[in-house]
Design a protein around this ligand. Structure first.
Ligand code: AMP
Length: 315
């Protein structure tokens, strides 16, 4: 399959690379690694990395503006996204040929060629596999994008990390002389307001008797601490390995979209099938959802609490 995707890339002079909404370093890492490696090997092709930007990740290059309406001669490659509705592109249906490279559990088939490996640490690891299988050379910037993606999606090698992940990362660091500390500074430097905000979350998170911890963060609180709803969502990664907590969520008000955003994590109960019932999804132990009303917020909290209860009973 990875060879066939490469054959498609060779055929097209125009290539657009997209990824999911609610961007993160693995989505950007896999997207820019692919873009830079294609351009390095085919300097005459036009390659666009598209999607909405986020100031938080300004250590990645700028995203491209892409507004062509006739895309009959253009290949669309989607990375790190299992479902069509979450591809961050407005004119998806104008692309006659779409390829997918993803590590999420399957949701939609939207591409003619789809390479999916849900056991892989990250989409960036799969893009690296794509390069290796096709003997595609690349430079240090590409290697750094891959490193950002793998390190961030494994939460610095805590999750979905195998000996293969260590092997390929070690190889990347060795071959390209990657300055790990510089990259970690980009990934993990944060303003003090976020640290104070984390204190607020720790202090105010509720814990049910079934081991579900959650906090609803209103827009007023976000304004008070000077953080946005995506920084609030990132906080969810700080609450793993707490004895009393089986699954946990941050639920932040997103006034711009008039929604509540769930960032959900688990260290046992399967949560993605619960998120899917609320227009969300993700991995078994790391999922997200967006709901429109406080009633739905409460229903989803109840359902997540329930999977914790069942998990405990079956343990
Ligand atoms: P996050 O908490 O944003 O890091 O997301 C964790 C996982 O859930 C990632 O694999 C996301 O792609 C997925 N995810 C987050 N939000 C949604 C959503 N609204 N719908 C489907 N999948 C989501």
């Amino acid at each position: 399959m990875l060879k066939s995707i490469y054959e498609e890339i060779k055929k097209y002079d125009n290539i657009v690379i997209a990824r999911h909404i609610g961007v993160d370093p693995d989505a950007l890492g896999s997207q820019f690694a692919l873009k830079t490696a294609i351009l390095y090997n085919f300097p005459n092709k036009k390659v666009y990395a598209v999607g909405s930007k986020s100031a938080r990740y300004n250590y990645f290059p700028k995203l491209d503006k892409y507004e062509r309406i006739d895309n009959s001669d253009t290949l669309l490659i989607v990375v790190d996204t299992p479902d069509k509705k979450r591809v961050d592109i407005s004119n998806f249906d104008t692309f006659p040929n779409v390829c997918k490279i993803d590590h999420h559990p399957f949701i939609d088939k939207f591409g003619s060629l789809e390479y999916i490996d849900i056991n892989s640490s990250s989409a960036s690891e799969l893009v690296l596999r794509f390069f290796k299988e096709n003997n595609i050379d690349f430079l240090k910037d590409t290697a750094e994008y891959l490193y950002y993606g793998i390190v961030s999606d494994t939460n610095r090698f805590l999750f979905n990390t195998t000996s293969e992940t260590f092997r390929i990362v070690s190889d990347l660091v060795f071959r390209y002389h990657i300055d790990i500390e510089k990259l970690y500074k980009n990934l993990y430097a944060r303003p003090f307001s976020e640290v104070r905000f984390q204190g607020y979350i720790s202090e105010n998170m509720k814990l049910t008797e079934n081991g579900f911890a959650y906090i609803i963060i209103s827009n007023d609180v976000l304004l008070k601490y000077g953080v946005d709803s995506s920084s609030a969502g990132n906080m969810v990664n700080n609450y793993n390995n707490i004895d009393e907590v089986l699954a946990w969520a941050t639920i932040s008000e997103d006034v711009k979209n008039n929604q509540y955003k769930f960032n959900i994590r688990s260290r046992g109960p399967i949560i993605n099938n619960v998120a899917e019932r609320y227009n969300g999804g993700g991995h078994a132990m790391a999922s997200g959802a967006r709901v429109n009303t406080m009633d739905e917020v409460e229903l989803l909290i109840n359902d997540l609490d329930n999977v914790c209860r069942i998990y405990r009973e079956e343990e």
